[in-house]
Structures are given as structure tokens and as C-alpha cells.
Design a protein around this ligand. Structure first.
Ligand code: ATP
Length: 257
């Protein structure tokens, strides 16, 4: 079991925690860069837009990472790439664990065979960004919070009976990938540098999508790219702006059609 301060990343492990993101947001002023808090019993997990991330104890890993902003790029728009890069890191980790068909649904859900195995919630504080990821590990079909979810166990990637080191393996794979990607982001938080990293795992590109945004009619079209801030470019072919750039923060739902 991962212990407090042990391992290459100094992960702080809790046997139980209401919300790893809330805790890091509360402690942000005093946290070092890349502080990590993790648990496999998150009792009040949150998703985007006041949604709930739920899982029975031991069935899902919650991992939150703090990225200090004084080391961040001057261009605050580069921040739009961080949630995407967290999704890329989790996609790489899930592939490394054995689900080679895992892919990213913009902005940051990781899907396996069309079902969600991981979600990401990124929160901005005055001191930096907290990136929270939930990954369903040992969850069984009977335990799924929504029918569209899946887990490493359901995908047959882990033998839940024997894999005592699963949490450590996930943490090593995900944090290793995220550390590399954040370093690349710090070096060049631009579309030219980051698009080639995100696009190869982004299954959304080329798909017909419906994007719901508050106060606007649903946008229907084909997702065809990412702009310089990581916004999704959707070609609707309608009106005076046939291609619309949508921000993750404005989207309530993105569905494949
Ligand atoms: P959606 O997944 O509905 O497109 P979203 O990307 O905004 O929305 P998140 O913030 O990533 O969602 O996660 C919250 C949503 O994920 C919940 O509304 C619920 O539908 C779903 N969910 C909750 N718990 C889990 C879980 N353990 N595994 C997979 N999906 C979950």
C-alpha cells in the first residue's frame, strides 16, 4: 500500500477522504508543486458542474494533483490545456495497464469501448490548479453508479482477487505520464506544441457530436480539431460561422450522435 510521503512522487494516501480535490483546494496555499493526495474510498466525490462522482469503498481511485501556478506560463490561456493533458495522462495509464483501446472523449473523460472508466475535474485556486481524477478500478457491474461506466476489473484488465498492488501501479503509471506532460506544458503551453500530444488519443475528432451549452441551442456537427487554447472545433456548416470553438467550461454535455 502506498504510504504517506513514500514512493517517487511522495503520494499522501488516505484510507478514506470526502473529496481529494476539496482537500487540496483548501490547502493550496501551503502545498508544494506536484503534491498528490489519493484514496480508494472517496465519500463525497464531485464532478464537473456540481455533478457527483460516486463509487463504493475500494472500487475506484481518486487522485488529486496540485500544480503550482508561480511556475506556470505567463499566458493564462495555456491553462485550457491542463484538463486535456490530465485526460491524456489517464488514457496513457489505462492503456499501459492493459486497455489498449482506451481513448479520450473531449475534454477529459477516458472511455473504454464507449464506457467511462475515468473522469477529470480541474479546479483553479489563487495558488495553482488542482487536477482530480477518478479511475474505476475494482468496480463490478453491480456496483456501477451509471450504466455508461466501466472499470479495470470489468474490462478484465486486473484480477481483483490477486492484484494487491493495483493502486500503486495506477499511481505510478498516471503520475509518471502527468509529470512528463506538465513539464511539456510548462515549456510550451501552445497549440503547436500540445496538439500533436493530445490529438492521437482524442477519439472525439471526426465524430458527429451534439454540444449543449447553457442558454444556447444545441450545437450539432463534426468535431474536427483543437484551437490554440485546447477548445474543440465543431463544424456545423451552418450560418456565418460554420466552425465553432467550444470551451470545456461552457459545455454542459457533449454526446456522440
Ligand atoms: P458526462 O460524463 O455525463 O458526459 P461530465 O464529463 O461533465 O459528464 P464528470 O464531471 O467527469 O462528468 O463526472 C460526473 C458524471 O460522471 C456524473 O454525472 C455521472 O454521470 C458519471 N459518474 C459518476 N460516478 C462515476 C463513476 N464512478 N464512473 C463513471 N461515471 C461516473
Amino acid at each position: 500500500r502506498v504510504g504517506v510521503g513514500r514512493g517517487p512522487f511522495g503520494v499522501e494516501w488516505r484510507d478514506s477522504c470526502p473529496s481529494t480535490n476539496s482537500e487540496l483546494v483548501r490547502r493550496a496555499a501551503e502545498l508544494p508543486d506536484f503534491a498528490v493526495l489519493a484514496t480508494d474510498d472517496q465519500t463525497a466525490g464531485r464532478g464537473r458542474l456540481d455533478r457527483v462522482w460516486s463509487a463504493p469503498p475500494g472500487a475506484s481511485l481518486a487522485i488529486s494533483v496540485f500544480i503550482r501556478l508561480d511556475a506556470a506560463p505567463a499566458d493564462p490561456q495555456g491553462l485550457g490545456w491542463l484538463p486535456l493533458l490530465a485526460g491524456v495522462a489517464m488514457t496513457r495509464a489505462v492503456r499501459e495497464l492493459g486497455a489498449e483501446c482506451a481513448g479520450l472523449k473531449w475534454p477529459n473523460d477516458v472511455l473504454v469501448r464507449g464506457r467511462k472508466i475515468s473522469g477529470v475535474l480541474t479546479e483553479l485556486t489563487a495558488h495553482g490548479v488542482v487536477i482530480g481524477s477518478g479511475l474505476n478500478t475494482r468496480m463490478t457491474e453491480e456496483q456501477l453508479p451509471v450504466p455508461t461506466a466501466t472499470s479495470l476489473a470489468i474490462e478484465g484488465i486486473v484480477d481483483v482477487e490477486t492484484d494487491a498492488l493495483l493502486a500503486d501501479r495506477v499511481l505510478a503509471a498516471y503520475l509518471g505520464a502527468l509529470r512528463d506532460l506538465v513539464a511539456q506544458w510548462r515549456e510550451a503551453p501552445t497549440g503547436a506544441a500540445l496538439r500533436p500530444i493530445v490529438v492521437p488519443v482524442l477519439d472525439t475528432l471526426g465524430a458527429a457530436v451534439r454540444v449543449d451549452q447553457p442558454g444556447l441551442a444545441p450545437l450539432r456537427g463534426v468535431a474536427e480539431g483543437l484551437d490554440d487554447d485546447g477548445r474543440l472545433l465543431v463544424r456545423s456548416g451552418e450560418g456565418s460561422s460554420p466552425v465553432v470553438a467550444v470551451s470545456a467550461g461552457d459545455v454542459t454535455h457533449l454526446r456522440y450522435e
